[in-house]
Design a protein around this ligand. Structure first.
Ligand SMILES: [Zn+2]
Length: 347
């Protein structure tokens, strides 16, 4: 009996210690240095209070021109190993100055995933870029929410609200959790908060930046909700005229939980997802040949430049065809970013 109660006390103490450690560390802050265009900084938990003090909370950056125009929500890092989106979102926060409309950027959409080790390439823990202010190092995380931050994966994950079934570990995949669930898992609550941002801020356009293996069908792809497929088609034509080749696809009816599908279906926003080719997500490339920053064919600067050029092409379409105007300056052109590298523009 005494042994048992000592055991129980020890377990309780350990649990208490573990809880206090995790809450003391959460949420973590990432190295994002806001430039002249940032007019406000908030938290994801401002849109869903239960996320406060959890590893799922993340910084939200506002770049408000103060002038009429469109509201655009941009996510990087829904999958924390898809770093071109994180790099592009960080560049927007650090360099963009919006002159018409308003941009809301979340560079680390799944901050818990950024605190995980990538399943596929566990040897890649960080990526670094030399900038004017010194070497900056960023986390290379996992595709999913950290397993320690959420209850154990179920045998089968049933997407809410469709009931669409996936492997149990997809319960920690933010891009299978949209539109989210207010009282669901940490991942479902993050997804819920992103829908709330889009709804509460009355976003016209919502963009989710991803990457795929270089030989994947998805690499260099714009995926759009059927209701705004015209925007993706016109953006890809615009890009082709600039010599940037992207493909178009529309959200599948069958696969549920993806941002472009659920944001488009559950909110007023036109919903787009952009995929660039990440060598580390390519199974055929051995570990010792993978370089996520300076790959000769798909360097990170080119992938981030492709994300930004695609966003610009989407914005141009919405401005010209629907009068939804978002204008900004300060970001490098595609060619300048490819030529000069990320280090020339990260602060
Ligand atoms: Zn992804």
């Amino acid at each position: 009996m005494r042994k048992q109660s000592l055991f129980v006390t020890t377990v309780l103490l350990v649990l208490l210690l573990a809880t206090s450690i995790s809450s003391a560390q959460s949420p973590i802050l990432h190295d994002v240095r806001h430039g002249y265009g940032v007019t406000g900084v908030g938290w994801l938990s401002d849109y869903h209070a239960p996320l406060k003090n959890t590893p799922g909370d993340s910084r939200v950056y506002y770049l408000d021109s103060g002038n009429p125009g469109a509201t655009v929500v941009i996510l990087g890092g829904s999958h924390s190993n898809e770093i071109a989106g994180i790099a592009a979102a960080t560049l927007i926060v650090e360099r963009a100055v919006v002159t018409a409309g308003r941009v809301i950027v979340i560079p680390y959409a799944n901050s818990s995933g950024a605190m995980s080790i990538d399943d596929w390439r566990p040897h890649i823990r960080t990526w670094s870029v030399e900038t004017e202010s010194g070497v900056r190092t960023f986390p290379y995380g996992d595709r999913r929410t950290n397993a320690a931050h959420q209850e154990p994966d179920p045998e089968t994950y049933a997407h809410y609200p469709s009931g669409y079934e996936l492997d149990g570990n997809e319960a920690r995949n933010l891009n299978r959790a949209h539109p989210g669930k207010a009282d669901g898992t940490l991942t479902q609550q993050m997804a819920y908060a992103y829908c709330r941002i889009i709804l509460d801020e009355q976003a016209d356009i919502a963009i989710d930046m991803h990457e795929a293996g270089v030989t994947s069908r998805l690499a260099n792809m714009v995926i759009a909700n059927p209701k705004n497929l015209d925007g993706a088609v016109m953006a890809v034509v615009d890009l082709e005229m600039q010599g940037i080749i992207m493909n178009v696809e529309q959200s599948s009816e069958e696969f549920r939980g993806l941002s472009h599908r659920e944001w488009g279906d559950h909110t007023q926003a036109a919903a787009y997802l952009i995929e660039t080719p990440n060598p580390a997500q390519t199974p055929d490339i051995p570990d010792d040949e993978v370089d996520v920053v300076t790959d000769p064919v798909n360097p990170l600067a080119k992938r981030a430049a492709t994300q930004l050029a695609t966003i610009q092409a989407i914005l141009t379409f919405h401005d010209e065809f629907y009068g939804e105007t978002l204008r900004w300056e300060g970001l490098p052109s595609f060619n300048d970013l490819v030529e000069n590298g990320l280090g020339a523009y990260l602060r």
